[in-house]
Design a protein around this ligand. Structure first.
Ligand code: GLN
Length: 193
């Protein structure tokens, strides 16, 4: 199988490294046609406004929206999660597909970025939050909370989508990598693997 990484801007090379580490083939996605070649997709962190501006040049988001709605296994991190959120405080909606309300830049400016202990499924690890958004609430009973940082929701899943607000691709711990492989192979959220 081949996993696409939205590669308009942001940390796409880091996600490619994660996929390399679990021997999953990857493709950097820059055009709508690229989306026909992959069996899963990762929307990286970066700057959601910049990505959306670039995507408008070739209608990439429209096709991405269709593919996600058809069930393409989808992992988003940080700005990628803003792009998929149905409701965005202090920002625009882009490809609304996951029933959460999210607030952009909720922890402050770039230099207020931090590392923190995250409980992701059955594991605890330290992850980076880089000018991260915050998931304020879920908007549908369908949405499962799968990652928390103290009391904040930092990861959710709904159908074929898993959305995180932090950057596991910068840590590449074994638990995350094993989960990533299982998620992409299964085609939907996996709680144990
Ligand atoms: N602050 C960015 C945004 O609003 C997200 C930051 C990130 O992806 N690390 O798009």
């Amino acid at each position: 199988m081949k996993v696409g990484i939205l590669s308009l801007q942001g940390s796409f090379f880091d996600h490619q490294k994660s996929l390399d580490l679990v021997s999953l083939e990857s493709l950097l996605i820059k055009t709508p046609e690229d989306l026909d070649k992959v069996d899963g997709i990762i929307l990286p962190g970066g700057e959601s406004t910049a990505m959306s501006k670039i995507s408008s040049y070739n209608n990439l988001y429209k096709k991405l929206d269709t593919k996600i709605k058809q069930g393409l296994p989808t992992l988003s991190t940080c700005a990628g999660t803003i792009i998929l959120a149905k409701s965005v405080i202090d920002g625009d909606t882009h490809i609304p597909n996951i029933d959460i309300e999210i607030q952009r830049n909720a922890y402050g400016r770039q230099n207020e970025s931090f590392e923190a202990d995250v409980k992701f499924l059955n594991n605890n690890d330290i992850y980076c939050f880089i000018r991260a958004p915050k998931i304020i609430r879920t908007l549908n009973n369908d949405v499962k909370v799968i990652a928390t940082q103290i009391e904040d929701i930092v990861g959710v899943s709904q159908n074929n989508i898993v959305s995180l607000t932090y950057h596991p691709e910068l840590t590449n711990d074994n638990y995350y990598l094993e989960w990533l492989l299982a998620f992409m192979k299964e085609g939907k959220y996996v709680g144990s693997f």
